[in-house]
Design a protein around this ligand. Structure first.
Ligand code: SF4
Length: 64
């Protein structure tokens, strides 16, 4: 996504099984490679992970 991934929009590199298609590849964005997942972030289910991601995108995305 050349202009970055807008909040609330699914990444084009996210496969149908919710795995990153660029995992392990040099073209994976640096911001993604530098992310260190935590138990709080991932939760126990996809639903919990999405809920946390939505929270981050809603409350930590710059508005300007
Ligand atoms: S890790 Fe980055 S590139 Fe991969 S699917 Fe997630 S947002 Fe997209």
């Amino acid at each position: 996504m050349p202009n970055g991934k807008p909040a609330g929009i699914r990444c084009v590199q996210l496969g149908p099984d919710n795995r990153c298609l660029l995992f392990g590849k040099p073209e994976k964005p640096k911001v993604c490679s530098n992310l260190i997942p935590s138990k709080e972030m991932c939760g126990q289910t996809f639903g919990e992970a999405y809920e946390y991601l939505e929270f981050l995108e809603r409350y930590t995305t710059p508005t300007s």
